[in-house]
Design a protein around this ligand. Structure first.
Ligand code: 13P
Length: 256
């Protein structure tokens, strides 16, 4: 049985004060409840220490939105995986479409970042997903396959527990438009089959594949209840405690 993961990607929102307030509001709502999955928040780097004071494990874990592909050295502006670990981070998002689009990050960098994350005992959440025109021209699966085969076969030590995948169709991110359950299930099953080919059937059976793209309390139960959807990567709706916890409630209802 795969445990669900509901992960909030705060993107470029919330400084230390507001971030701590949100994380403690989420923690208060969840504390004392028996959850059947995991809950994670991924603040901006500078907000991580403040959030760590209230969310560094049970019931809310702490993640980062990216990390350096390098271990240390002359890389101005970068933050290394071991620094994040020291700050209390357990998960690092890699390959988000906004990093692909605005920072021109490549498969080589994703692979190096995931290897750095794994080298320090952290877990990576690797994002992938097609653009609108790629879907409209019938190339969604081809794009997804290229994104997965460009990174997964070349990793040093991936397994079902240190790597989480996140399918985020770019046309659904921040648009209010959600993938239909049919599309989500189809791409998730296709992705799991790719993982089976690359890393083996056992790894594929246990690896969590999250859905991301306009996930909200109203659709979380249906999406996370799909056979190959193991949780959500949440942008906008992770910025309000009520909405984010509403999605956790949806996940609980989906597995319960
Ligand atoms: P939204 O939930 O705002 O669509 O963002 C999804 C996302 O990009 C999470 O990483």
């Amino acid at each position: 049985m795969r445990r669900y993961l509901v992960a909030g990607n705060w993107k470029l929102n919330l400084g230390p004060g507001a971030g701590r307030d949100l994380a403690s509001a989420v923690g208060e709502r969840l504390r004392g409840r028996t959850l059947h999955g995991d809950v994670l928040v991924c603040p901006p780097f500078v907000t991580i220490p403040a959030v760590a004071t209230v969310a560094k494990g049970d019931p809310v874990m702490l993640g980062a939105q990216t990390c350096s592909a390098h271990e240390n050295g002359a890389y101005t502006g970068e933050v290394a995986a071991d620094m994040l670990k020291e700050a209390g981070v357990q998960y690092v998002i890699v390959g988000h479409s906004e990093r692909r689009q605005y920072h021109r990050e490549t498969d080589d960098e994703f692979r190096a970042k995931i290897d750095r994350v794994h080298a320090h005992g952290l877990k990576a959440i690797f994002c992938f997903g097609e653009l609108l025109d790629e879907r409209q021209s019938g190339r969604a699966e081809e794009v997804v396959r290229a994104q997965l085969t460009g990174v997964l076969p070349r990793l040093e030590g991936p397994n079902a527990y240190n790597l989480v995948l996140a399918y985020e169709p770019v046309w659904a991110i921040g648009t209010g438009e959600t993938a239909t359950p049919e599309i989500a299930q189809q791409v998730h099953a296709f992705s799991r089959a790719q993982v089976a080919e690359i890393l083996g059937a056992d790894v594929a059976a246990n690896m969590r594949i999250l859905y991301g793209g306009s996930c909200k309390p109203g659709n979380a139960r249906e999406l996370i209840g799909l056979p190959d959807v193991d949780g959500g990567l949440i942008g906008g709706a992770s910025l309000k405690a009520e909405d984010f916890v509403g999605i956790v409630d949806g996940a609980e209802a989906a597995v319960g």
